[in-house]
Design a protein around this ligand. Structure first.
Ligand code: ZN
Length: 368
């Protein structure tokens, strides 16, 4: 709730600041007949619009889960970030178009000393806004705010360009208008693509490489009775809302009652401390059995010949059923994944005739 209010407040500051800039620049631009300054104003208008979209997105994202959407609406924030990307892109496209038009028409702007002063103040205001947004974006963990902040800082660079153009036109009588306009446009397009790409990537779903990831593995491994922590998968449903699963290794002599106690403790900790709904899967371990330990060592040696294998875990040797189970994770960049898998399996099989070898190929979902 607090986060939502802060984001809205920050965005309102952005809207007011940008509207002021738009009015000031539009007036100077129209009076001077300077296309680059008018485009700069248009650009600031899209910034105000971005802040409006951020507010709407934050409001929608905080809607309560319902029957149809039990995971809540947190991912809407990624969607609004991508819409901001599209808005910025159209501003960039418009800027390039208008600048080329003015180049062809050969328009020459006429500035006066007041326009320099106002443009300079506008640049400082934009830098201030940019730093403010970046700071708030980081502290509130809001991609939309951070994107707006980066955008504002880029915009101040562009405004510097218009100022230089104005000064050159005023003192040297050379018009750089059109070229500066094109540069502004290309710059805007570039930053829009970055914003768009980043938010789309999150919607698709990224490998978890966050602090959360490391902390969860660390804390789960500290529970009594947990011998190993593997296969952490985190599904993110918006800012700080996760549904996850993990495998823990426990001694195979443990009873269901004992394992359940551990499972409950882990799930409780994940929910209370990290707002993460955690499902815990179990691997039995019997490496204290001498024969199992010997087989495990042999498997480790076989696997160590394959650099593509990032991790093995979940080894278990069931002597009653004659089954050897192990999970391996192969690097995503490996092209001959199937072949590596088949080779390892057949080598383990050869060393252990009479056993059924069961290898599970896990995905490299998260840093461990
Ligand atoms: Zn596994």
């Amino acid at each position: 709730m607090n986060r939502e209010k802060e984001i809205v407040k920050t965005s309102v500051v952005g809207i007011c600041g940008n509207v002021l800039l738009v009015v000031a620049k539009a007036i100077i631009g129209l009076l001077a007949g300077a296309v680059s300054i008018i485009l700069d104003a248009v650009n600031n208008l899209t910034d105000a619009l971005s802040s409006v979209i951020t507010i709407i997105g934050t409001k929608l994202a905080n809607k309560k889960p319902n029957k149809k959407h039990p995971y809540g609406f947190g991912r809407i924030e990624y969607l609004t970030s991508s819409i901001i990307g599209v808005v910025i892109f159209s501003a960039g496209f418009l800027a390039v178009y208008e600048a080329i038009k003015s180049l062809i028409a050969g328009e020459v702007a006429t500035y006066d000393i007041y326009s320099f002063i106002i443009i300079s103040i506008a640049i400082l205001a934009k830098i201030g806004l940019g730093i403010f947004f970046k700071y708030k974006g980081k502290s509130l963990n809001s991609d939309a705010l951070s994107a707006s902040g980066l955008d504002a800082l880029l915009d101040s660079v562009l405004s510097c360009g218009t100022l230089i153009g104005a000064i050159v036109a005023y003192f040297a009588g050379i018009s750089l208008e059109g070229y500066i306009g094109i540069a502004i446009g290309l710059f805007i397009i570039k930053s829009s693509i970055d914003v768009f790409r980043e938010s789309i990537s999150k919607i698709i779903g990224e490998r978890s490489e966050t602090e959360l990831n490391k902390q969860l593995i660390q804390e789960i491994s500290e529970f009594d009775g947990v011998l190993g922590v593997y296969d952490l998968i985190i599904n993110n449903y918006g800012n700080d809302k996760n549904i996850a699963s993990v495998h823990i290794e426990v001694n195979d002599a443990m009873t269901a009652k004992e394992i359940q106690a551990i499972e409950r403790k882990i799930a409780g900790m994940c929910y209370e401390k990290y707002n993460t709904i955690m499902t815990v899967g179990i691997y039995a371990q019997n490496e204290d059995n001498g024969e199992a330990a010997r087989i495990k060592k042999e498997i480790d040696e076989i696997v160590s010949e394959y650099k593509q294998v990032i991790q093995t875990h979940g080894f278990y040797c069931d002597f009653a059923q004659k089954i050897i189970s192990i999970d391996i994770i192969i690097d995503f960049d490996t092209k001959d994944e199937d072949q590596v898998y088949a080779e390892i399996k057949s080598k383990i099989q050869q060393k252990n005739p009479g056993f059924n070898v069961n290898i599970v190929l896990d995905r490299d979902f998260a840093v461990s």
